[in-house]
Each structure stands twice: as structure tokens, then as C-alpha cells.
Design a protein around this ligand. Sequence first.
Ligand SMILES: [Zn+2]
Length: 298
Amino acid sequence: MFIIDPHCHMVSRTTADYETMALAGVVAISEPAFWAGYDRSPAGFLDYYRQLTETEPKRAAAFGVQHYCWICLNPKEAEDLGKAKEVLAEMPRFLSRPTVLGVGEIGLNKNTPNEAKVFQQHVQMAIDTFDASHGTGSDACAAGKHHLILIHTPHLEDKLKGTRMILEMLKDFGAAIDPARVLIDHVEEHTIKEVKDAGYWAGMTIYPVSKCTPQRAVDMMEMFGTERLCVNAAADWGVSDPLQTHRTLLEARRRGFGVEEQMRVFYNNPAEFFGQSPRFRLKKLRVSEIERGVVGER
Ligand SMILES: [Zn+2]
């Protein structure tokens, strides 16, 4: 089985993690910009964007893994509007780099007015900078009016309210936002339905101690279907594990999901969502009759 992990913070991981993931079938990783565990200066963000766009693709390539990333100021540091203004002014030149898939992971942390304001500024930038950064000719994107957008939803008691605030803010952009070009991450049982019903992609983040477990993720796959749904390990500097995506795949297999459905969630869905950017180089895969016969359908 080939796997695309749509959300991993590899700057926090070792080369041994890259090797482990490659051995376990990971062929591509997408890495959203996030909080470093401490608040950075605006200059620190520029260094971070260089790390995401210059260093990580090389580290991943050493293990045969394609590395893509997303650029933004994370919601936790968006509370400082002065810093947000400085960092956002520098973002467009990084959004035009060849391995950048879009704007993310933006969103909310504590659902404050400042976080909401910076979220809206990011969405506006995804719309305003799209043509300029994609150029013309073979690099032009045929469909869609804005950069792809990857969204972080808050934790625990802030999640439901924050998810609804995000959905409302996106709605306010009207036809300028195409829900098929937006992935809303860290969904749980009480938020997945509203996200999918509104036409957005949903991401489930599997952690060893918090957020979602492999069992709960597969429960949601059974309850809400596998369309427009991605699974990620979000491996970062905290307690996390880059093979949580694989544990979810094993749980799905154990419960009788066929190879085609497994392939859809862990490879073809991210390939379809990311493939809306001409910069993402992998295409969807088809399961052959032989594979169907060997692994069986449920
Ligand atoms: Zn993240």
C-alpha cells in the first residue's frame, strides 16, 4: 500500500522518522506551517518558510519521499496583530515557490476576534495572490479561483464553536471560495458532519494521547463515508507518532474495508485534493482486478 500523509510537521522529526515512514509506504508528505512551541519573531517566520521550502524537500528526497508544504502565520500567534501584519506582508513570495500547495494551516486557537481577523486576511490572500503566484501557461491552474486552503480547528471545548465560526467566515466570502479547494482538519465526531455537509474536505488527525484514535477515526469512516476525507498523523514536536496514519489503515483493514476503500482514504483522497494544485506531482491510483482478488472486498 502506498500512502500520502497529508499533515505532518517534519521539521520536528528526525531522519529516522523519514526512513520509517518511507519503509511503511509513505511516498509523499504535506507539511503545514504551524506553531513552533514558542512565539517567534517575524524574522523567525522567514527562516521557517525557507526551512519548509528549501531544506525539508531535500531531507525527504533522500528517502524517496516527495515533500510539499503550506505557508501561513499559525492561529496561536495570530493574536499579535502587529506581528501578523509583518509576516503576512512577506508571505506572497513564499506562496509562489514550487513545492507550496497553498495557505495553511490557518484557523482558530481560542476563537478570539484577533484570530478571526487574521484568518480572514489569510483567506483573502489565498484569493488575491492566486493568479500572480501561479503564473501562466503550463503552470496555470485550470480550475478554482484561489490557492488551496488548509484549516486547523481548535481543541476540546473550543472545537465546536471554532469550527462553526470558521464555516461562517468562509461563507461570508461567498462565491469567491470553492469548498472543494478547502480542507478543514482535526475534525471529530461532533464536527465532521457540518464540515462535509457544507462541501469541504475533512481531515482526521490521529494522536497517541489526544485528538482522535485509530478506532474513532474508523468509526467516523463507517458513519460518514470515505469521500472527501483524509487521515493524518500530524507528527510534530509533542507526543505524536508518524505511524498513526498506518495504525488507522490497519484498523480499517481489520474491520473489513476493501483495498479500494483503503486506497481511497490513504492515497487517492489526498492525491485528489492536492492534485488541484498543478504543483502536486502524484496522480490517483487504480486498484487492479488481481489486487482485488488477493485482498478481497468487504
Ligand atoms: Zn498541524
